[in-house]
Write a protein that binds this ligand. Structure first.
Ligand code: ATP
Ligand code: MG
Length: 567
């Protein structure tokens, strides 16, 4: 089944959440409104898993004439940083979504959370518990044994109100008391065994400073925040399924503006990838990678710097769909979505990554010809680019062999090859240094082969080139998967960092590019013909260096490896 997105005139796959929304709209539930939210905790950069949640929440709102809020779930005072808040906003916008109004903060509802806690106390639904953490754990029971009531459970409402006020005034040490919901210590669902709703934390909060020394727990704050914002469909990942009864319990007993519906979906797991902010932060803190936006990171910032496009990420999220069953998606699918988009849009260019000098001896010294090549071979409307051709050029070292069999369709001593967009050349002589390494080739060209086949013979191979004089120097960084294990996070005996791929970064410092690439910008992806897709590195560009990142290879080189290791 599919729904029609009239604005972009594309058919997008539907999913079980859209079906719930369809039913709600048909029944005029929530007055026919659809209001969603994306609620990140600002304790790290967003990753590809968050992109799935963003596309889902913003996409549902977009498709159903609704709106989506961006809410920072910042109830935990310690871990949050302004840098994360800014990066999250930038990432959501880059993906092409706009939140409704200003970005919101759960911390801006702290006064309301506090009032709602007092309401619960007054209704006899919450109490101040003074068990130590260890005792509270023992009282909680286990999955097979019911818990026991806290000896403080029957405190009077007046006593609870007074103690809670004192907690707020900072009169107690951390851990001395907590506020708990009075639900059911025998519930088979551990989340309902009188969960904590407030705890004492004597730390400053980045939004509220030192105003508070008690902070609400996530389960209490989240549902109330949703209700305050008039959220209709509160979408979260499957691990919150067991929290839903608690989500509903709070909203049932509190006099809140509305009762949003919590709906869970399966989080995105990608093979060869770690998607845990805590672990990604470890890679950053231990300087294993070059920051959160290292092009090998699965963060949105890293993917952007690497050359991913928002379209590729969104198409990927559409393709994987939304379900309730956990699974692992092959990272090759993400790369496929990327190649698909880049192949359609990236202009072509020639870049020689490992230069080998070639002198075309029968080409006149000092002569320069301006040749033309298509910007995009499948799209004539994008016009042509100019390529200077001259007597001295570079080709890639890997495109030459002194001897080779027929499978090697590149340049061989004594044989011919076509220079892409230019002439056919023959290698006449190989020049070596004292160590025996090839340093230069002497070739001759056939002047009758520009844009046409040579007479009486077939030349199969085509290689790319740039001129010595006109090409521009650059550094090129080749990236491979950051981990060489399909499930780096899934080994009991080993740390995820044991599976870092030592070959995830190769730096080539002496590359030469066609002159048009002098004006490249980090937002513009190129296909370096025969090499892959590349973009200018935004970080290096800021300090005036010309560095290109390989976004992705032309074909999936891992598919071969996996196949051959299977057989
Ligand atoms: P992490 O485990 O990386 O720290 P988190 O769930 O703690 O992630 P939040 O900032 O709380 O991170 O996440 C914001 C939203 O993104 C939540 O609704 C969460 O469910 C969703 N989300 C996080 N990771 C994934 C994922 N891998 N797939 C889909 N949604 C995700
Ligand atoms: Mg979370």
């Amino acid at each position: 089944m599919a729904t029609n997105d009239t604005e972009n005139n594309v058919v997008k796959p539907t999913n079980f959440i859209q079906q719930i929304v369809d039913r709600d709209l048909a029944a005029n539930k929530n007055d026919g409104q659809v209001q969603t939210r994306f609620p990140p905790e600002p304790n790290g950069y967003l990753h590809i898993g968050h992109a799935k949640s963003i596309c889902l929440n913003f996409g549902l709102a977009e498709r159903n004439g609704g709106a989506c809020n961006l809410r920072f779930d910042d109830t935990n005072p310690e871990k949050e940083e302004q840098e994360y808040i800014e990066s999250i906003k930038q990432d959501v916008e880059w993906l092409g979504f706009q939140w409704q109004g200003e970005a919101r903060f759960a911390s801006s509802y702290f006064d309301q959370f506090y009032q709602y806690a007092i309401d619960l106390i007054k209704a006899g639904k919450a109490y101040v518990c003074s068990l130590s953490a260890d005792d509270a754990r023992a009282y909680r029971g286990t999955l097979t044994e019911p818990g026991r009531n806290s000896p403080y459970r029957e405190r009077s409402i007046e006593e609870n109100l007074a103690l809670f006020e004192q907690m707020k005034q900072g009169e107690f040490d951390e851990g001395a008391h907590v506020l708990r919901a009075k639900i059911d210590m025998a519930s088979p669902n551990m989340n309902l065994r009188d969960p904590i709703i407030y705890r004492i934390r004597k730390v400053e909060h980045h939004q509220t400073g030192d105003k508070w020394c008690i902070y609400p727990m996530y389960d209490f704050a989240h549902g109330i925040s949703d209700a305050i914002e008039g959220i209709t469909h509160s979408i979260c990942t499957l691990e919150f399924e067991d929290h839903r009864p608690l989500y509903d319990w709070f909203l049932d007993y509190l006099d809140v503006p509305c009762h949003p519906q919590q709906i869970e979906f399966a989080r995105l797991n990608l093979n060869y990838t770690v998607t845990s902010k805590r672990k990604l932060k470890q890679l950053v803190d231990e300087q294993i990678v070059d920051g959160w936006d290292d092009p090998r990171m699965p963060t949105i910032a890293g993917m952007r710097r690497r050359g991913y496009t928002p379209t590729a990420v969104r198409n990927f999220c559409d393709a994987i769909g939304v379900t309730r069953s956990d699974g692992v998606v092959d990272v090759a699918m993400l790369e496929h979505a990327l190649r698909d988009d880049l192949n359609q849009h990236a202009p072509r260019a020639m870049a020689v990554l490992r230069p080998l000098k070639v002198v075309i001896e029968n080409y006149p010294e000092g002569q320069v010809e301006m040749l033309k090549a298509p910007v995009h071979p499948q799209d004539e409307s994008r016009g042509t680019r100019e390529l200077p051709f001259a007597r001295e050029i570079y080709i890639d070292q890997e495109d030459f062999k002194e001897q080779a069999n027929k499978k090697f369709k590149r340049l061989v001593l004594g044989k011919e090859v076509r220079l892409r967009n230019a002439y056919v050349v023959r290698c006449d002589e190989v020049i070596k240094d004292e160590a025996g390494d090839i340093v230069e080739l002497r070739c001759s060209y056939d002047a009758e082969t520009l844009g046409k086949d040579p007479e009486g013979r077939k030349v199969k191979g085509v290689i790319h080139w740039v001129t010595v004089e006109h090409s521009i120097p650059a550094e090129v960084r080749l990236y491979d998967r950051l981990f060489n294990d399909p499930n780096p996070d899934g080994h009991k005996e080993a740390d995820f960092k044991d599976f870092l791929n030592p070959e995830s970064l190769t730096v080539l410092e002496n590359c030469r590019l066609e002159p048009g690439l002098a004006t490249a910008s980090p937002q513009q992806a190129y296909q370096f013909e025969r090499e892959g897709y590349f973009c200018l590195d935004s970080k290096a560009a800021k300090s005036g260096q010309r560095v290109f990142n390989r976004t992705v290879t032309l074909r999936d080189s891992w598919a071969k490896i996996e196949k051959s290791s299977e057989s």
